[in-house]
Design a protein around this ligand. Structure first.
Ligand code: FPP
Length: 235
């Protein structure tokens, strides 16, 4: 029997918080709050299962176009999560890192981000990469700017060099999950998902709890992963 594979890097587009709330006659903000509780559980579950890196799309550069009240609610929720709830992640030995641009983020948000990064920097059980004020094309542009400003010799640049210049030097994404039935990539970690398996589910993010995560890992195990080579499964 084939060995059950745990993907090294799983990345989630956490979509559907608003619809989850609206369907229950609640405010959108309550959907985000429910989503934040799901994220806390999932991070612990994923790392306990042996996933090395869990990346999540918390806020895109485009999300600033949302109503100011929703943006403010999300920023305050992030602060609350990083300064209180993420303590459980810290205890579990999970290192928290962030990907995204620092510009346009409020000082109190930056402060809460820096604090959790410092408090967890020596943790080694797994990594939670929170993409905040993040865009995949922006990440590539920022990497190119860094490469140019450092005067790197073009002949020394290869696919792996690029990883080093992205916001965090993380392994490529093995499994990309998007909840809520949307089948788009939405400018998310486009360099790192060149060879990812995709798992799209109708489940709304607040309901994407441990059992739903396990279904995604089961689906990943049913895939024939070739990375451009030949099939290992019988024809
Ligand atoms: C997308 O749902 C979700 C977001 C833009 C925010 C994601 C944030 C969380 C899950 C909160 C916790 C995160 C951290 C890092 C503490 P949507 O609002 O687009 O839903 P809709 O498509 O149904 O409107």
């Amino acid at each position: 029997m084939e060995e059950y594979k745990i993907p090294k890097h799983v990345s989630i587009i956490m979509d559907g918080n608003g619809r989850w709330a609206t369907r229950r006659g609640l405010k959108r903000s309550e959907g985000h709050l429910a989503g934040s509780k799901t994220l806390e559980k999932l991070a612990i579950h994923a790392i306990d299962k042996g996933v090395e890196v869990l990346s999540v799309y918390a806020f895109s550069t485009d999300n600033f176009k949302r109503e100011q009240a929703e943006v403010d609610y999300l920023m305050n929720l992030f602060i609350k999560m990083f300064s209180t709830k993420f303590a459980t992640l810290k205890k579990k030995g999970i290192k928290v890192v962030f990907s995204g641009r620092k510009e346009n983020l409020r000082d109190d948000v930056l402060k809460a981000m820096n604090k959790i990064v410092n408090e967890t920097k020596d943790n080694t059980r797994g990594i939670l990469n929170v993409c905040l004020n993040y865009g995949g094309q922006e990440e590539i542009v920022d990497a190119v700017k860094k490469i140019v400003s450092e005067g790197v010799d073009p002949d020394t640049i290869d696919k792996n060099t690029m990883y080093h210049y992205l916001y965090n030097d993380l392994p490529p994404i093995d499994l990309l999950i998007r909840t809520s039935g949307e089948c788009r990539v939405s400018n998310y970690m486009i360099y790192q998902m060149a060879y990812s398996e995709f798992y799209f589910t109708d489940c709304l993010f607040p309901d994407f709890l441990e059992d739903e995560f396990d279904k995604a890992i089961d689906a990943y195990n049913g895939r024939d992963i070739r990375l451009g080579g030949n099939s290992e499964k019988e024809e």
